[in-house]
Design a protein around this ligand. Structure first.
Ligand code: ADP
Ligand code: ADP
Ligand code: ZN
Length: 215
């Protein structure tokens, strides 16, 4: 099964992915996580991408496509994958359409998580992420048991550089302009499943499960 999580920054894609991968045994592929790891390790990819990420812009398609091409070669992807934050442009989606038949796969479903803009801003500015395992928390909506410590691995939590209010606003604009067109792209292919993401984490997950169980 190959599933794509689509939705604006802060919609809850990473949060919902944590449950989905466990329940459906899918390999999690987050281009954002891969890019942040490359920045942290000061790899060439990270040096090329950092400037775009800091500004809230998209990293060029060629770089991202290269990441996904490499990742899909890994044998663990044969059983299916959950994409989070990819594709983000129609160009990237077209690349995926071409690459998937090579590994005998196709897009089974695109979950579009929709959340109101005010709520997105509150979610993003209060987000905290584990520096070790990338688990996602929120100061108010999903706090860890011990302040600034990951429940799952004990790692320190940090705030992403791009979760500042100015960069958040830019990312929301970029989403509308550059990623928005993917909604009709996947609707036309009859694989789009919109989910209202405004409710609490477990209610949203129930709705996602209802969709995935029918695929
Ligand atoms: P995305 O991956 O779509 O950018 P995240 O999963 O990182 O979004 O969630 C953004 C922030 O909102 C995180 O701090 C997360 O804990 C919080 N969050 C996620 N889902 C919900 C929800 N349903 N209600 C309230 N807060 C949420
Ligand atoms: P979000 O929480 O906004 O969903 P991500 O972790 O998915 O954030 O992405 C963070 C940043 O990494 C983006 O603002 C962008 O600069 C870059 N990025 C991640 N995935 C892609 C992609 N598929 N195409 C282009 N840039 C990407
Ligand atoms: Zn952790």
């Amino acid at each position: 099964m190959l599933i794509i999580l689509l939705g604006p920054p802060g919609a809850g894609k990473g949060t919902q992915a944590e449950s989905i991968v466990k329940d459906y045994s899918l390999v999690y592929i987050s281009t954002g996580d891969i890019l942040r790891a490359a920045v942290k390790e000061d790899k060439e990819l990270g040096r090329k991408a950092k400037h775009y990420m800091d500004q809230g812009s998209l990293v060029p398609d060629e770089l991202v496509v290269e990441i996904v091409k490499d990742r899909l070669k890994d044998p663990d992807c044969q059983n299916g994958a959950l994409f989070d934050g990819f594709p983000r442009t129609v160009e990237q989606a077209k690349f995926l359409d071409e690459a998937l038949p090579e590994i005998g796969s196709m897009v089974d479903g695109v979950l579009l998580i929709e959340v109101d803009e005010d709520e997105l801003i509150e979610r993003l500015t209060g987000r905290r992420v584990c520096s070790k395992c990338n688990a996602v928390y929120h100061l108010k909506f999903n706090p860890p048991e011990v302040r600034n410590v990951c429940d799952q691995c004990g790692g320190d939590l940090y705030q992403r550089d791009d979760d500042s209010i100015e960069t958040v606003k830019e990312r929301l604009e970029v989403y509308k302009k550059q990623t928005g067109p993917l909604i009709s792209f996947y609707k036309d292919k009859n694989v789009l499943y919109p989910v209202d993401g405004n409710e609490d984490i477990s209610s949203v997950y129930k709705k996602i499960k209802a969709v995935l169980d029918k695929l």
